[in-house]
Design a binder for this molecule. Structure first.
Ligand code: UD2
Ligand code: MN
Length: 406
């Protein structure tokens, strides 16, 4: 009898132990409150709310890029229409030595390889162009680990041998673009060799190469020597092609002529395709920006601009570069825009990529632009328009016309 009771007790003890072990196992996996340190839970909650408070209180520039606020499983909210930490008067100084290494140390921790950034706490605001319902390419988005391609801005910089300018540009622009809560990447398109420079073709190449990496919605084309003086000049695209460098110190903060479209411009993917990009045939200095403006008008669009307070810029002082002399043929070519727009541009672009280098601060793409000998062919036409526009450009200083503000 005693033996039976003893056996029963042993069995009961073993059974209880098994039950307890099973219970422990499940409670660990399911985070049952019963077995979780209540202090730990409270702290986690506090941590989360602290993070949220912190992100609204301090400029985003100070946040850690790798923070993952979506850990709660909830999708990120869209960023506010007007980013909260914009600075309206920026102090910009170029008379100082600034190395890329300095810049890397300052902003590098906030960036991903290739000069890439997206806000950690909200979804960037760049919207898909109205009417553009293309299918996006999931292969590209997954390659970069992105969730939604609709918000990407590619910043394209035409470049050759302006390394000191590059350091200044990166030093000022990365913090500005971060405060603007953009989802962006910086592409520096470096023309190989010392053939005649072709700014416009480098822009087309930048657009094409950037789209191989990511389904960007917006393209900001920027000279390397232009730094905005007001964060409110957002590097986004809008429903019209946008001219951002409205009031440059070099031009006494005035538009040198009303239709100027050089410096810094923003075109959505749809707008840029509509004009077939830039012409590829403007070799040497000048004309390519006016040709793009004419393409925009020819395709029935108009441009928008910020006002001259928001659109202020400082340009790094420089002389004319070697192999980028003013090309007198380019002025005459402006007569031909209506004839060339369909056959000279993105659809006729030809170049060779020599090297792609991913720096923390930018993607550096060296290309052979297939420079022709000399400065390209002379365009046809009477040159009347060109003469008039050249005279108008050099003599008149227009104030920013109010209908172009938006
Ligand atoms: C004006 C325009 C510019 C462009 C140019 C004519 C403004 C404010 N700027 O600038 O957008 O239309 O006239 O082509 O309206 N670059 C190099 N290395 C070179 C040559 C040029 O990197 O050897 C790049 C660089 O990004 C530079 C840009 O091309 O900022 C334009 O050249 P620029 O600065 O010599 O022309 P600029 O200041 O007269
Ligand atoms: Mn310049």
């Amino acid at each position: 009898m005693l033996k039976t009771i003893f056996n029963f007790l042993v069995l009961f003890a073993v059974f209880s132990l098994i039950c307890f072990a099973v219970f422990l196992f499940y409670s660990k996996n399911n985070d049952l409150l019963f077995f979780t340190d209540p202090h730990h839970l409270v702290n986690t909650k506090n941590k989360t709310s602290l993070n949220i408070e912190k992100t609204t209180a301090v400029p985003e520039f100070h946040q850690n890029r790798t923070a993952m606020p979506a850990a709660s499983g909830r999708p990120l909210e869209p960023c506010p229409d007007i980013p909260p930490n914009l600075q309206e008067v920026l102090y910009v100084e170029f008379r100082t030595n600034r190395t890329l290494e300095d810049v890397r140390q300052q902003v590098g921790p906030l960036l991903q390889q290739g000069g890439r950034y997206k806000p950690a706490n909200c979804v960037a605001k760049q919207k898909r162009s109205p009417g553009l319902f293309r299918k996006h390419r999931p292969s590209l988005t997954t390659r970069l680990g992105e969730s939604d391609p609709r918000y990407g801005v590619a910043i394209i910089i035409p470049f050759r041998n302006r390394y000191d300018h590059l350091s200044h540009w990166l030093h000022y622009l990365h913090p500005i673009l971060i405060r603007q809560q953009l989802d962006y990447s910086v592409y520096v398109i470096n023309q190989e060799g010392d053939g005649v420079f072709n700014r416009a073709k480098l822009m087309n190449i930048g657009h094409t190469e950037a789209l191989k990496e990511y389904d960007y919605e917006c393209f900001v084309f920027s000279d390397i020597d232009l730094v905005p003086l007001n964060d409110r000049n957002l590097y986004r695209c809008s429903d019209k092609p946008r001219h951002l460098s409205v009031a440059v110190d070099k031009f006494n903060f005035l538009l040198p002529y009303n239709n100027i479209f050089g410096g810094v411009t923003a075109l959505s993917r749809e707008q840029f395709l509509k004009v077939n990009g830039f012409s590829n045939t403007f070799w040497g200095w000048g004309g390519e920006d006016d040709d793009l403006y004419q393409r925009i008008v020819f395709r029935g669009m108009s441009i928008s601009r910020p006002d001259s307070v928001i659109g202020r810029y400082k340009m790094i002082k420089h002389g004319r570069d070697l192999h980028n002399d003013r090309n007198p043929n380019n002025v005459q070519k402006l007569n031909e825009t209506p004839q060339t727009i369909d056959r000279d541009g993105l659809n006729s672009l030809s170049y060779t990529v020599r090297k792609i280098r991913k720096d923390l601060l930018y993607t550096f793409i060296t290309v052979d632009v297939q420079t022709t000998a000399g400065y390209g062919r002379v365009g046809g036409g009477s040159g009347m328009y060109s003469c008039v526009s050249a005279v108008v450009s050099s003599v008149h200083l227009y104030r920013v016309s109010s209908e172009q503000m938006s």
